[in-house]
Design a protein around this ligand. Structure first.
Ligand code: BGC
Length: 788
């Protein structure tokens, strides 16, 4: 059912796709679309990396059409993982990001008739997520049964400057009447997580309410709920302070039942006069503040928020995103549809990423409960690159999260019988492994090398020695030890890694997954290089670290020996890199006779059936071709790409962007464009049919990578910054920015020229199509012919 409304407002009519208006900077819904509402609650989610609020309505909606969701990054409940048959070192405890108390509730009543989007007579409607303001707006004109008309403007934000806070403002104007309006404003603790038995991508182990309410407070102009989770024993306080302006309050009652607390206002409203209610929302939890300080911190945060007030919170929001767009914007001329998709993706990544070193970014961000809010390798391989080259301090915070969970990785390594070192969890919130299916999780040892890769790129781009000395080196050394312990030398091959799973989860527990091996090789030699650097330049730090982790100098020799001798499988007959030792011996999946509705295969075939075939869920070796593109000739990359393209289903949303990037590199322009177009609006257009469960965060960042690394051909190798731009036939022009080595560089690509401008920083040499040019702030930009 689609509820039609008249169209009016500040938005000029434009093209509409999937009921979303195509606009460069805004996501606009002009007709309330009940059928797609659950998906749109993800699309219109607001978050700041700490608080995430789905785009649900303040007044609520029938559960059939809505998933109410409010999340605090890193705040979780635990549950026992149930196994039919359990083996040694299987994780016993799962973690689930909790759906926390709902602070949004605002119910508006006139003559006992309650406003809601399903039954009310809505004369005008629009909902806008504004990417330049980082606020969600909704405007409705409601006519009551007795003909009274009200204009209601809702606005909501999650503050980027005060991370523990969010705010909602509603402005109400009686259009054609004077009289009473009732407004109930609440904090609702009657919340639960979703459970979905059948889809491993959504399911949670939490049933029932996860909180025990410790206390409710209601005073002057604020109300609060203090609670602890039943099992993880984490504390959460949510405090709401209210401000009602421009009206006469005839009566204000306290609302206080078992699970809800708030105020009920009776307001004397005047025709044509707008009044407003502002809710200042603050959450604090015991993962960030110890229990003795939590209340003091809450008070300080509330004080700051109230000093700011709504207008300042809003201004700061605009300032913050302006600075972000100055570094991260990507422009496409000639395709608004794509432009909207890209900015939407980039914005959602900013919204969902934890920026405090204690939290990270879940596969679904802070927009839904898919994957239980878990963090994966997605962070290092997809999200961090975006921040490394735009706002590197955020990349650093994500890497600090890994440092802060290093002890858990050490414990996991011991459980996995490694005598020393650290093995990072495949999926986790607090650092402990919580995947029950080891073949597609614990076996993915490449996560250690992925983290090392992200550190390497971050360090190369920022020269942040402080990070290396205080965090990076320890992570690198501890994780490198695992590969040396895991591997062994095989005559005629070299250093081999057995019993691992690569990124492709349709192939499991193999020997010498080529991706894992090449990543481990790079990891070990980087760890060696860093150890050398520490020894040469920071001997005291090195000695202290050595002592802390009980490192022996001989281990360094082991690292470099293993790196130098790492076995990278190669098939002389086909002249390609086999994905692992046995991949090419398997039967190729019968793609021709697999109907469309049998995809994704994981929902229709037992894993064994899938494992027995040559079929890939996602980019595996092709990802290595991107990450190590300088190591292979174009011809080699083409042969590998052609082979793997034939056997890849892209059942994972992490896949198409990587195929697009490599296609750019090898000159497959059309394929590059087609794969890219699958990424750019994946969530806006719900390509996978599951956007309702949350955004596909890795893919979103992958679409940024598609522009910058793919079409823009941007790469950094040690001191060299390179660009190799190409432009798809369908675009007139595109541009992007990268922040690297303290420089902010803008790259514009048109059909016949590439223009580079140095927006910030000292002169720098970059290579464009392998020709060196000097960029300088005060000199005119260089103009170069585009090579195809
Ligand atoms: C992919 C993994 C990914 C996970 C979370 C899975 O479908 O195969 O590579 O880490 O989703 O995004």
């Amino acid at each position: 059912m689609t509820i039609k409304s008249h169209m009016k407002g500040d938005v000029a009519m434009n093209e509409v796709r999937n009921n979303i208006l195509v606009d460069e900077w805004r996501i606009i819904e002009k007709e309330f679309d009940l059928e797609n509402n659950v998906k749109n609650e993800t699309i219109f989610a607001i978050a700041n990396g700490y608080i995430g609020m789905r785009g649900t309505f303040e007044e609520g909606l029938d559960k059939k059409y809505s998933i109410e969701g409010n999340y605090i990054n890193g705040f979780y409940e635990i549950h026992d993982i149930k196994y039919g048959e359990k083996a040694y070192a299987f994780p016993e405890i799962g973690q689930t990001m909790l759906n926390v108390f709902n602070p949004k509730v605002i119910k508006i009543k006139v003559d006992d008739e309650e406003f809601n989007m399903m039954n009310a007579d809505i004369l005008e409607y629009e909902r806008i997520l504004d990417l330049r303001e980082a606020v969600l707006k909704r405007r409705v004109v409601w006519r009551t049964k007795s003909g009274k008309e009200l204009e209601i403007n809702f606005e909501r934000l999650a503050s980027f400057t005060i991370k523990n806070s969010a705010a909602i403002r509603v402005k109400i104007k009686p259009i054609n009447f004077d009289g009473k309006i009732n407004v109930d404003s609440l904090l609702d603790a009657d919340v639960k997580n979703l459970t979905a038995e059948d889809d491993p991508r959504v399911g949670s182990g939490i049933t029932g309410r996860a909180f025990e309410i410790e206390k409710k407070v209601i005073d002057e102009n604020y109300y609060e709920i203090y609670a602890s989770t039943k099992k993880s024993r984490l504390k959460l306080i949510c405090s709401i302070t209210e401000d009602v302006k421009n009206c006469i309050i005839l009566n204000r009652k306290e609302l206080n039942d078992d699970l809800k607390v708030g105020f009920s206002y009776e307001i004397e409203a005047e025709k044509g006069k707008e009044f407003e209610l502002i809710k200042y929302i603050v959450y604090v939890n015991s993962r960030e503040y110890n229990e003795n300080d939590i209340i003091k911190n809450k008070e300080e945060i509330i004080k700051q928020v109230l000093e700011y007030g709504y207008d300042r919170l809003r201004e700061e929001q605009i300032k913050y995103v302006k600075e972000f767009w100055n570094r991260a914007d990507v422009e496409i001329e000639g395709d608004d549809f794509l432009q909207q998709g890209l900015r939407f993706n980039i914005f959602h990544i900013l919204q969902s990423t934890g920026k405090d070193g204690l939290t990270n970014i879940g596969a679904k961000g802070l927009t839904g409960e898919g994957y239980e809010g878990h963090y994966f390798w997605d962070t290092e391989m997809y999200i961090i690159p975006l921040f490394t080259y735009t706002m590197p301090f955020i990349a650093r915070k994500l890497l600090e999260y890994r440092y802060n969970t290093l002890d858990k990785a050490r414990e996991r390594a011991r459980e996995m019988s490694h005598k020393n070192g650290a093995l990072y969890a495949w999926r986790t919130i607090n650092g402990e492994e919580c995947s029950a299916y080891f073949l597609a999780s614990t076996a993915q040892y490449h996560i250690n090398a992925d983290i090392a890769y992200a550190i390497k790129r971050y360090y190369e781009a920022t020269d942040d020695v402080d990070f290396i000395l205080n965090y990076g080196a320890e992570i690198l050394f501890e994780t490198a030890r695992i590969f040396v312990d895991l591997g062994h030398y095989v005559e005629g091959k070299g250093f081999c890694l057995d019993g691992v799973t690569g990124p492709d989860e349709y192939t499991a527990m193999v020997n010498n997954n080529a991706y894992t091996n090449i990543m481990a090789k790079e990891h070990l030699s980087f760890a060696y290089e860093i150890a050398k650097m520490l020894k040469d330049k920071y001997i005291e730090k090195y000695e202290a670290l050595k002592q802390k982790i009980n490192l022996n100098d001989n281990e360094l020799d082991e690292w470099i020996r293993a790196a130098d001798n790492m076995y990278i499988p190669y098939d002389e007959k086909l002249k390609i890199h086999p994905q692992d030792d046995t991949f090419l011996n398997k039967k190729i999946w019968d793609f021709e006779n697999t109907p469309k509705d049998k995809y994704p295969l994981l929902l229709h075939y037992h894993p064994l059936v899938i494992y027995r075939h040559q079929v890939c869920k996602q980019a595996d070796w092709v990802l290595a071709l991107f990450l190590h593109s300088e190591k292979f000739s174009k011809e080699q990359k083409k042969r590998d790409y052609d082979y793997y393209e034939r056997v890849t289903t892209h059942d994972s949303s992490l896949s198409p962007c990587i195929f697009s990037i490599v296609a750019c590199d090898i000159g497959y322009k059309d394929k590059a464009y087609d794969y890219f177009m699958r990424t750019a609006r994946m969530d806006l257009d719900d390509h996978h049919g599951n956007t309702k469960d949350g955004i596909h965060a890795a893919n979103m960042a992958g679409s940024w990578m598609g522009i910058v690394f793919g079409f823009g051909g941007f790469r950094v190798y040690k001191e060299k910054i390179k660009f190799n731009p190409i432009i798809p036939d369908k675009w007139k022009k595109y541009s992007f920015r990268v922040n690297c080595k303290g420089r902010l560089i803008k790259v514009e690509v048109e059909k016949n020229l590439v223009r580079l401008s140095l927006l910030e920083g000292e002169d720098i040499k970059v290579d464009v199509y392998d020709n060196p040019i000097i960029l300088s702030k005060n000199k005119d930009v260089e103009v170069i012919k585009v090579q195809m």
